[in-house]
Unconditional design. Structure first.
Length: 558
């Protein structure tokens, strides 16, 4: 137990050290504290309002729906929301936070701490963090929502709060440990990372697709709630939703079911703990094993890129994109967006809605390039040593991303035209061409913005070899800088937007909307060219600062 408490103290010592070192870290932590306090207050206020509701809700000109008790709206909503929250937190931990780089289990290999004590200490360290504390306090405040159901339900809600947070943390840490330990080849990491991100995005699309399908089928509200209640009864016997079922078991006097769920949750904690211990032991015993030699033929992209410094930059970037799991979503996300819009278009019975996917696809194409120099890491130092100037570097990078954006938009345009049958309808095909042009416009505007932000608004990224880990520090920058890029990319579409508004007010848009196609393409090309030039000049002016940042980021990835 002493070793576990030392790890908890170490976690907070590192936090205070980071706050003392960086003013921005302090500002970010204060903002996080304010958000946490606001979350707790929000849950407390919601509990007061929900606890004052009647036992039944009568909809005007509709059915009377139960609110409290098993199968009621509160029961269905709490268990479903809790299940989704558990899945969401596990995926977020896996994709964005990872093991962390300072409290990484591998950092403690030299100290001879037994695996079971180390795993227990790391779990306690995670539970002592601000997110876990905020979660427990929020769920404790939410226990007041059960007061109309009796004192036993409130007490069970209080017990369920730490139980739910412990379950979330245990599942998340087990997933991270298993992913890091078992997926130990670069190709495996690429595939696993892409599948994880796609599943995560898909989870958030399921409710909207299901709701659209339900509305389209004319499903009765009472029948829909009854169907969800049957699903909730199944989720309540899984580790994802069992903790949120406890107050309703206590209110119904189902003490046997309540005890069974507690046993299920305890077994989940033990299983996750043993998975973590096994992964620690396996990592220690197999350290340095695996990998194997990589066989390559020829010089790859260097053989067919222009024989110039910018061509070498393009070839190096293409080589990195092929091998980097962190940026692999660049190639998968547009197809995924198109698939999601296809499902929704089918649900609402309007295939033409698939065309709306193209502007969104273009908008997300350059997200990784907005921090591209940080993704290059120390490899960028070779360009500096060779004396490659900033504009040449930007031209080489823009060449690659422009080719990817244009090729993707054209391929998706052809696919959607065939799937929807709009290829045989000139009016709809013109609308599709306009959406593709706006997609290229959004992609090029984002690319122009990215070439500026990638050398000015830099933030740490995970190691290429450990995409599920997270660099410590600069959390505010990691969340805020991508937001600046995304908003800036939209604002740079202003010439196209202003032209469209002018045509709308004059009434010309209904007959001449095709004229927006060349306007969109010129808008995107101009922004990409301006971003290339300005980004190159900024890179030249900030070259030493960029190199210092890359060295700092590399130390955070260790």
């Amino acid at each position: 137990m002493s070793a576990a408490l030392i790890l908890v103290r170490l976690r907070w010592a590192l936090t205070w050290a980071a706050l003392r070192k960086s003013v921005w870290q302090t500002v970010g932590y204060v903002i996080a504290l304010a958000l946490a306090a606001g979350t707790v207050i929000m849950f407390a206020r919601a509990a007061i309002d929900v606890g004052s509701l009647p036992a039944e809700l009568t909809i005007p000109d509709g059915p009377t729906l139960p609110l409290l008790g098993a199968g009621g709206l509160l029961h269905v909503g709490v268990v479903l929301a809790g299940t989704l929250a558990t899945v969401f937190i596990a995926f977020v931990q896996l994709m964005l936070l990872g093991e962390g780089s300072t409290m990484n289990p591998r950092k403690f290999a030299l100290y001879g701490i037994p695996d079971h004590r180390l795993q227990f200490g790391l779990l306690l360290a995670g539970l002592s963090g601000l997110p876990a504390i905020c979660g427990v306090l929020s769920l404790l405040a939410w226990a007041g929502a059960y007061r109309r159901m009796g004192a036993a339900a409130v007490v069970a809600g209080v017990v369920a709060a730490p139980v739910a947070v412990l379950t979330m943390m245990s599942i998340a840490k087990a997933l991270i440990a298993a992913a890091t330990t078992l997926v130990n080849t670069r190709r495996g990491r690429n595939v696993f990372y892409m599948v994880t991100v796609l599943l995560f995005v898909a989870l958030f699309q399921v409710p909207s697709i299901a709701l659209s399908a339900g509305i389209d089928d004319g499903m009765d509200l009472a029948d829909a709630i009854a169907g969800m209640a049957r699903g909730v009864s199944i989720l309540a016997w899984t580790p994802l939703g069992a903790a949120y079922q406890l107050p309703f078991d206590a209110a119904a006097g189902a003490w046997g079911a309540l005890a069974g769920r507690l046993v299920l949750l305890a077994a989940t904690w033990v299983a996750c703990y043993l998975i973590g211990v096994w992964c620690l032991r396996r990592d220690r015993l197999t350290a340095g094993a695996g990998g194997g030699a990589v066989k390559t033929k020829g010089v790859g992209a260097f053989a067919w890129m222009p024989d110039s410094p910018s061509g070498a930059v393009s070839a190096r970037l293409l080589t990195f994109l092929r091998r980097d799991p962190r940026q692999a979503m660049l190639f998968a996300m547009p197809l995924f967006f198109a698939a999601i819009f296809a499902f929704q278009a089918h649900a609402v019975g309007e295939p033409m809605a698939m065309w709306v996917a193209l502007p969104f696809c273009g908008w997300v194409m350059s997200i990784t390039e907005s921090n591209g120099v940080a993704y290059d890491g120390r490899g960028f130092a070779m360009q500096v040593i060779c004396g490659v100037d900033g504009v040449t570097d930007r031209i080489g990078r823009v060449r690659v991303y422009t080719g990817i954006i244009v090729a993707y938009m054209l391929i998706l345009f052809v696919v959607i035209a065939v799937v929807t049958g709009d290829w045989a309808r000139p009016d709809r095909l013109l609308i599709g061409a306009l959406c593709a042009a706006i997609g290229i416009d959004a992609g090029l505007c984002g690319l122009g913005m990215a070439e500026i932000t990638s050398c000015t608004l830099m933030y740490p990224v995970p190691s290429m070899d450990k995409p599920f880990s997270s660099p410590q520090g600069r959390a505010l920058a990691q969340g805020f800088f991508p937001l600046i890029y995304m908003i800036g990319g939209i604002l740079l579409l202003a010439p196209t937007g202003i032209t469209a508004l002018a045509m709308l007010f004059t009434g010309a848009i209904f007959d001449w909307y095709g004229a927006l196609i060349p306007v969109s393409l010129l808008n995107g090309a101009a922004v990409a060219a301006l971003g290339t030039w300005l980004g190159g000049k900024l890179l030249d002016a900030r070259m030493l600062a960029v190199m210092r940042n890359l060295e700092s980021f590399a130390s955070l990835q260790q």
